[in-house]
Design a protein around this ligand. Structure first.
Ligand code: CP3
Length: 365
C-alpha cells in the first residue's frame, strides 16, 4: 500500500497517518488502494439483513432495537471487510424525535404528518437531549456504542460513521409528508413564508448539532451529512437553505469535537458543488454519479478527501460495465485523498457477489 501526504499540507509534515485507512484519507493522505465503503451497505440486497429485518418487523422497530440495529450495521463488515461501518438508522429519526408523526408504509417509503404552516411548526418540539428528543434518540445512541465496541473487538481497522440528513433534505420530507417528484409544498413554503421556513431550518440545525454531537460522544468517529435534495434549488436558495445551515452545523461540531471529520454529500448539486466544497467547512465531499471524477479531482480543493462515485446501476449490472466504470474512477483519483464509494445508495436487487467483485477490483488497484 502507498501512503502519500499532500505536499502542500503542513499538518502532515513528517507525521504518520492515522492507523485506520478511512481516517487517514480524511486527514488528507492519499492511500493506494483507497479505503472503501458503500452508501446503504446494510440493506435489503443482503439475505442476512432481510432475516434480521423480518425478526424486527417494522423498519422503525429495527432502527430502535440496539441489538438488531448493531447486528445489521456489522453484517456488511463481516461479509466484505469494508473500511467503514455506517450506523444503521435513518435521516427521518430527527423529525420523529422532534415529535412529528412518522411511519414507513411497506414498499412505499416514508410517510410523515406534513408541516405546512405556523400551527404545524408550533406543534414541533425542541432538540432537548434531557427531554423527549433525547428519549427517542437514546436507542440509536446505544446502537452506536454497541457497534463501536463490536468493531474494536473484531474489526479494529474499521471506522464508525454516524450520520444525519441536512436540514434542507429533512425539511423536504417534513413539509411534503413523503418523498416527492416536484417538491411543490416545500419549495412553495420557502417562497411564501421564508421567515417560517428559516425557523424550521434553525430548529433542524439545532437538532442536527445535538444529535450528531451525541453520536460522537457515543463512539462515532466520522460524521456524514446527507443532502439528497441539493439539486432542486436556485443558486440563492442553495446558498440560503443548503450552504448556510451546513456551515452552521459543521462549525458547531468542529468547536465541540475538533478531531472528528465531517463528510458532506450534496447529491445533484451540479456546478454548486464547488461553493459547497469551499464554503461549508466540511473535510470531505461525497460525489454523486453525475460529477465527472476527473473534473472533481482537478477542480475541488486538494486537501479535501473526495468520496464516490460509482453508479449503483453499474454495480447492479456487474461484469464489464462494472470493471470499466470502476477503473475510470480509480484512474482519476490516484494520488489524492480518496474514498471509494457509490454515487448514491446501493440498489436492493444488487447481487451480493457483485459487491465482492467490486472490492476485489478496488483492492487490486
Ligand atoms: O447506509 C446505510 O447502510 C445506513 C442506513 C441508512 C438508511 N437510510 C437505512 C434505510 C441511511 C444512511 C439512510 C439515509 C436516508 N434515508 C436518506 C439519505 C440518503 C439517500 O438515499 O438519499 C434518505 C433520503 C432517507 C429517507 C428514506 N428512508 C427513504 C426515502 C426510504 C425509502 C427508500 C427505500 O429504499 O425503501 C427509507 C427507508 C430505508 N432507510 C431503508 C433502509 C435500509 C429501507 C427500509 C427497509 O429495510 O425496508
Amino acid at each position: 500500500m502507498s501512503k502519500t501526504p499532500p505536499p502542500s499540507d503542513p499538518r502532515h509534515a513528517g507525521a504518520e497517518p492515522p492507523a485506520k485507512p478511512l481516517l487517514a484519507a480524511l486527514a488528507g493522505w492519499a492511500l493506494w488502494p483507497p479505503p472503501a465503503w458503500l452508501m446503504r451497505q446494510a440493506g435489503r440486497y443482503l439475505p442476512e439483513y432481510r432475516a434480521t429485518r423480518a425478526k424486527a418487523g417494522a423498519f422503525l422497530s429495527l432502527c430502535t432495537a440496539p441489538e438488531l440495529a448493531a447486528e445489521v450495521t456489522l453484517q456488511p463488515i463481516r461479509r466484505y471487510g469494508f473500511d467503514a461501518a455506517i450506523l444503521f438508522s435513518d435521516i427521518l429519526i430527527v423529525p420523529w424525535a422532534l415529535g412529528q408523526k412518522l411511519w414507513f408504509a411497506e414498499g412505499e417509503g416514508p410517510r410523515l404528518d406534513p408541516i405546512r404552516d405556523a400551527a404545524g411548526f408550533a406543534a414541533l418540539g425542541r432538540a432537548d437531549m434531557a427531554g423527549s428528543f433525547g428519549g427517542v434518540v437514546a436507542p440509536i445512541l446505544e446502537t452506536v456504542r454497541r457497534v463501536r465496541a463490536g468493531l474494536a473487538e473484531a474489526h479494529p481497522a474499521t471506522t464508525l460513521i454516524g450520520f444525519a440528513g441536512s436540514p434542507w433534505t429533512v425539511a423536504c420530507y417534513m413539509v411534503e409528508g413523503a418523498g416527492s417528484r416536484e417538491f411543490l409544498a416545500v419549495k412553495g413554503l420557502a417562497y411564501r413564508d421564508p421567515a417560517l421556513f428559516a425557523a424550521l431550518t434553525e430548529r433542524l440545525v439545532d437538532a442536527t448539532i445535538a444529535y450528531l454531537s451525541a453520536q460522537v460522544d457515543a463512539g462515532a468517529e466520522v460524521l456524514q451529512l446527507f443532502e439528497s435534495w441539493a439539486g432542486i434549488l436556485s443558486e440563492p436558495q442553495f446558498r440560503r437553505w443548503v450552504i448556510e445551515p451546513t456551515r452552521a452545523i459543521v462549525a458547531a461540531l468542529k468547536a465541540r469535537h475538533p478531531g472528528v471529520p465531517v463528510i458532506g454529500f450534496p447529491r445533484g448539486a451540479g456546478w454548486l458543488i464547488e461553493a459547497y466544497a469551499r464554503e461549508t467547512g466540511i473535510d470531505a465531499i461525497g460525489l454523486d454519479t453525475t460529477v465527472p471524477p476527473g473534473w472533481a479531482a482537478g477542480r475541488l480543493p486538494a486537501h479535501l478527501a473526495l468520496q464516490g462515485n460509482l453508479d449503483p446501476v453499474a454495480l447492479l449490472t456487474g461484469g464489464k460495465a462494472l470493471t470499466r466504470e470502476t477503473q475510470v474512477i480509480l484512474g482519476a483519483m490516484r494520488g489524492r485523498p480518496f474514498i471509494f464509494n457509490l454515487g448514491h445508495g446501493i440498489h436492493k436487487d444488487t447481487p451480493p457477489e457483485h459487491v465482492a467483485a467490486l472490492l476485489r477490483l478496488v483492492r487490486a488497484t
